[in-house]
Ligand binder design. Structure first.
Ligand code: ATP
Length: 447
């Protein structure tokens, strides 16, 4: 067996594989990586690996089930292989799980059937990674007035070689809109590089963005180009631009002004031709007032502005998108039972405040598609309040104003409940109650 190719095929095993399991997998050319229940978020491809998730139904406890559900939500494209004890095939939990898997094999494991099932999973993985890419503008669903305006702006701004500032709450589609702008520009054939400024370790931001020379700092054993150079000839999308530390803001401003950068530890300017699209969920003018953001940088970045509307302001788009997401899920998991949404589920979706916006809707629909046991997804499957009353007119406006004030104040205060309570002149208990009422998880918001 070719060792190099064997190590490129990796089976992520939920639970504990035995030595024999590992030996059988190695015999068919797959390397096993076991992960613990709380590690699903860390799953990722390394280099050119083909990754398949393996669920061993012999150890199907609550942890493994929740891991599998979490994976379906966070890594919907990963192929999943189930190992099934034929005696448990009729169990409800096992059946529900099998509906979300790409292939399954029965125990005892036979190398020929295992190999076939893994080939099926690999074919799924490569068709997902090499298949035709949909256009971002087509992926951006919605027929509401608010979304028609967004589309019109995208077509208007796309071909103009100026920076765009995209504003909007988390999960409203800022990155998708940035991709659409890139695809509609003359740079469409060039690279699109998305960078989350809030996710980079502070001490590495400069080198991540602008690259570094060999020996620039301890650990810089080779020269590395940064995101700006990678985006040369294309577009760089700087998400959460408000999180960029002040020293990196200075360098970014210089790149925008001079069209060239200096790698960390370098002395030569490197010319870069990059269109910058930035995004923020905070009010950058307030950040300027607070001394956290440079006014001259804001002035440079905020040339054309695109506002992404929150989901609760998109009316019928919510249901339209929910159907679309369900249909996509069914295409990937043909055994899914759910085909639509019950009237109560549709009402509860219309009434929900959607603090996580489209991302929340997508995740709720996917989770519901996995857990639903009937053809119509219920409000419980969606995890929405049962019996939610559809707020209308003034009530609805009040609920939305309350939601927006709460989320905005939480953001301004760094999700600190005491500070938020002080600012809104209410008690901490009230803040917790309001968070529950609006379906806001402080833990999720802080991440
Ligand atoms: N109008 C839309 N139609 C279909 N899918 C959408 C739409 N808007 C967003 N999505 C999907 O919702 C998810 C979140 O979108 P995206 O990452 O673009 O949001 P974001 O505003 O950049 O979020 P964040 O601020 O948290 O980075 C993605 O899976 C995206 O494909």
């Amino acid at each position: 067996m070719d060792f190099a190719s064997a190590t490129k095929r990796c089976l992520i095993w939920l639970g504990q594989p035995s030595t024999r399991d590992r030996q059988i997998m190695a015999a068919v050319g797959w390397n096993v990586r076991a992960i613990e229940a709380d590690q699903t978020a860390q799953i990722g491809m390394r280099g050119n690996e083909t990754v398949v998730v393996c669920i061993d139904t012999r150890s199907l406890d609550a942890d493994v089930l929740s891991q599998a559900e979490q994976l379906a939500l966070t890594h919907p494209d990963l192929p999943v292989l189930a190992i099934v004890d034929p005696r448990t095939r009729t169990d409800q939990d096992v059946q529900r799980l099998l509906r979300t898997c790409t292939a399954d094999v029965s125990l005892p494991l036979q190398t020929n059937t295992l190999q076939r099932a893994l080939e099926e999973c690999s074919a799924h993985a490569s068709s997902r990674s090499h298949g035709p890419q949909a256009n971002a503008i087509d992926m951006l669903l919605g027929q509401s007035q608010a979304m028609l305006e967004v589309r019109a702006r995208l077509h208007q701004y796309g071909p103009i070689a100026l920076p765009v500032m995209i504003c909007g709450e988390t999960g409203t589609g800022k990155e998708l809109a940035a991709r659409a702008l890139h695809e509609l520009s003359s740079r469409a054939e060039g690279p699109f590089v998305a960078v989350n400024c809030g996710a980079m370790p502070t001490n590495l931001i400069q080198s991540e963005l602008f690259g570094h020379e060999r020996g620039a700092f301890t650990g810089a054993t080779t020269r590395r180009i940064g995101h700006f150079e990678s985006a040369h000839g294309g577009t760089i999308f700087l998400d959460e631009i408000g999180d960029l530390p002040l020293d990196a803001q200075v360098n970014l401003l210089r790149v925008l002004q001079e069209g060239s950068l200096q790698r960390v530890g370098g002395s030569q300017p490197v010319v870069v031709d990059v269109r910058v699209i930035a995004a923020t969920h905070i009010d950058l003018h307030r950040a300027v007032d607070a001394g956290n953001f440079r006014n001259d940088l804001l002035f440079r970045l905020d040339v054309l502005r695109l506002q992404m509307p929150p989901l609760h302001k998109r009316g019928d788009d919510i249901e339209l998108m929910a159907h679309h997401f369900l249909s996509d899920f069914r295409d990937d998991h043909p055994a899914t039972i759910a085909r639509g949404f019950s009237p109560a589920a549709r009402r509860s979706m219309a009434a929900h405040a959607w603090p996580g916006n489209v991302r929340e809707l997508l995740n709720r629909v996917r989770r519901a598609a996995v857990v639903a046991t009937a053809s119509m997804i219920s409000e419980e499957d969606l995890g929405l309040d049962t019996g939610a009353q559809v707020a209308s007119g003034l009530d609805s406006a009040r609920v939305h104003a309350e939601h927006e004030t709460l989320i905005e104040t939480l953001r301004e205060t760094g999700y600190n409940v005491s500070a938020c309570a002080r600012k809104l002149k209410v008690s901490r208990v009230t803040i917790y109650r309001l968070c529950r009422k609006h379906g806001l998880s402080l833990e999720q918001l802080r991440n």
